[in-house]
Every structure is written in structure tokens, then in C-alpha cells.
Design a protein around this ligand. Structure first.
Ligand code: NAP
Length: 280
């Protein structure tokens, strides 16, 4: 699995991790076995949130985290509605308890909310100095919001911006990715496989993807992940509750597309501009 420097964190992370949204709906044994197979295959960046299943996903992950903690890069997120100074600290404590650990590697504000960002970042700093989190970042932040966060936190503090990014939703390539790169903030692509809406063969775009994948001897999903990972500073966290999917995703971390493949995908899935930041 390829690794790359993860923002300003001084840590090299595999370019692919594992998402866990909606995992409370999957058969728990199968989902946990898939996650563990993923960790064995190098997908040790595990992304979760207090939002997911209203805490049930963190609870589901707890036993796995307890067993494999040292290997993981564990990420959770505070809901904007909890992101006051005291609320952020209390939310983190609850996540730690559900996840059966004493620290998170990264804690994110899930999306911009109404509490002053200064308060949330002050809480992140307190959690950091108390050893409850190693680092912090943001999610669903457009360029102006990211600038504000960096101005408040100071250079080198905001480790990543986790944003919606997949073949059919490339708007962040215009402004968000370049701004993250300038600020030294890692981009983490969420829903990198379209969150259940993946381009398939009956559509002309899906046919292009399927043809290129067949020529390479990989799956269209692997090709889609490799396309996102063509750029430095971009990481992705596909969610998969089936071992076969997880292993395919892990293998995509090794896949480097050539110029012809990249330009065929670029033409079939153009990077359209959007007025605001797209999010799920
Ligand atoms: P996704 O990763 O784009 O897609 C997940 C779907 O793709 C699942 O149905 C999964 O099936 C399937 N899949 C995975 N690998 C596959 C493969 N190799 N071949 C075929 N199908 C495959 O969707 P997502 O869950 O929305 O996004 C990923 C993660 O990003 C989330 O889980 C969450 O951690 C994070 N996220 C963050 C935000 C945010 O606001 N910060 C928002 C959304 C998501 P199976 O599960 O059946 O294997």
C-alpha cells in the first residue's frame, strides 16, 4: 500500500483507509471481519463519527479498536451541534468510551456549524494537550472556512479537510484541493465510490469506466479509487462491509494510472464547477 505524508502531521499514512458510515446496518460479524481484513491489508486509517448510527458505529468498533489500537490511525468527528468548547470535550470523551480507547489520532469538526470556530479549536487544543487527541482537522470546509480555521488555529495545526470527492463529483478540484495544498492540509475524499451510486455500464460513462478497467484487469471501483489518488496530498476512505470489497480496495492503493487512462476518465467524468462546496 502506498503511503504519503498526511498534511502537517509528520505521519506517513496509507493513501487508502476505511469508512464506517451506516455500518450499523450491516451484519456486524461480516462488517467487523471486513474491517479487520482491511487493517491486515494496510487500511489502518479508520474513519468514524459520533453521528454514525447515533454512536452505535463507534460502539461496534470498540472491541476491534481495543484489540488492534496500536496499528490504527483512528479518526472520529464531533457534530457541529456539540461543538461548543465544553460540548466538544464532552463529545470526545463519549467517543473515546464507545471506541474503548484513551486517545484519537485525529478529531474533526464534521461540518461548519453555529458555534464559534474559536471555541471548537480551543477545545481541540485542550484535548490535544491532555493527550486525548493527537491532532485535529475539519470536514466539509469550503476555502473561506478553511482559511478561517487556519487563521484561528495557526499554521500546521489543521491536519486535513475531509470532503466529498468521487468520479462524478469533482468540484473540489477547482478550489478546495489547490487551497488545501497551499496550506499544507491533507484532502481526505469521503464517499469516494459515490456512496452507493456508482457509474455502471448501461450509462456511457459507466461503459468507459468498465472498458478501461477490463483492459487493465481491475474492477471499475479500483479504477475509480486510483483516479482520485492520482494527486499528491489526496487520501480516500471507501466504506466496505464485505471482505472481497475491502481487499479490492486495498489493492487499488497500488494502482497507478497512465496518461491515456487519466485523460479518458477526465473526459468521461468532467470536473464541473459548483457554486458552493458539495456535501452529502
Ligand atoms: P463509499 O465508500 O463511496 O461507498 C460505499 C459503498 O460502496 C458500499 O455500498 C460498499 O459496499 C460499496 N463498495 C465498497 N468497496 C467496493 C468495491 N471494491 N466494489 C464494489 N462495491 C464496493 O460511501 P460512503 O460510506 O458514503 O463514504 C465512505 C466513508 O466516508 C464513510 O463510510 C464515512 O466514514 C465517510 N463519510 C464522511 C462524510 C463527512 O461528512 N465527513 C460524509 C459521508 C461519508 P459494502 O459495504 O457492501 O461492501
Amino acid at each position: 500500500m502506498r503511503t504519503a505524508a498526511f498534511g502537517p502531521s509528520q505521519i506517513d499514512l496509507p493513501v487508502l483507509g476505511q469508512g464506517t458510515w451506516n455500518m450499523e446496518r450491516d451484519p456486524p460479524g461480516e462488517a467487523l471481519a471486513a474491517l479487520e481484513a482491511g487493517i491486515d491489508a494496510g487500511l489502518r486509517h479508520i474513519d468514524t463519527a459520533e453521528l454514525y448510527g447515533s454512536g452505535r458505529v463507534e460502539t461496534l468498533l470498540g472491541p476491534l479498536v481495543a484489540r488492534r489500537r496500536a496499528e490504527l490511525y483512528l479518526v472520529s468527528k464531533v457534530l457541529p451541534s456539540n461543538a461548543s468548547y465544553a460540548g466538544t470535550i464532552a463529545a470526545c470523551e463519549r467517543s473515546l468510551k464507545r471506541l474503548r480507547t484513551d486517545r484519537l489520532d485525529l478529531y474533526l469538526l464534521h461540518w461548519p456549524g453555529s458555534y464559534p470556530l474559536e471555541d471548537t479549536i480551543r477545545a481541540f487544543e485542550k484535548l490535544r494537550s491532555d493527550g486525548k487527541i493527537r491532532a485535529y482537522g475539519v470536514s466539509n470546509f469550503d476555502v473561506d472556512e478553511l482559511d478561517a480555521a487556519v487563521a484561528i488555529a495557526g499554521a500546521g495545526r489543521i491536519v486535513c479537510n475531509q470532503v466529498l470527492y468521487h468520479l462524478e463529483e469533482r468540484a473540489i478540484e477547482h478550489r478546495v484541493i489547490p487551497r488545501c495544498r497551499n496550506l499544507g492540509v491533507a484532502v481526505v475524499a469521503y464517499s469516494p465510490l459515490g456512496s452507493g451510486c456508482f457509474p455502471s455500464a448501461p450509462s456511457s460513462r459507466g461503459a468507459v469506466l468498465a472498458r478501461l478497467a477490463a483492459k487493465r484487469g481491475v474492477t471499475p471501483y479500483q479504477l475509480a479509487l486510483a483516479f482520485l489518488l492520482r494527486q499528491g496530498g489526496v487520501f480516500a476512505i471507501p466504506k466496505a462491509a464485505r471482505i472481497q470489497h475491502v481487499l479490492e480496495n486495498a489493492a487499488a492503493g497500488e494502482l497507478v494510472l497512465d496518461a491515456a487512462e487519466l485523460s479518458a476518465l477526465d473526459a468521461a467524468f468532467p470536473a464541473k464547477r459548483k457554486r458552493g462546496l458539495p456535501m452529502l
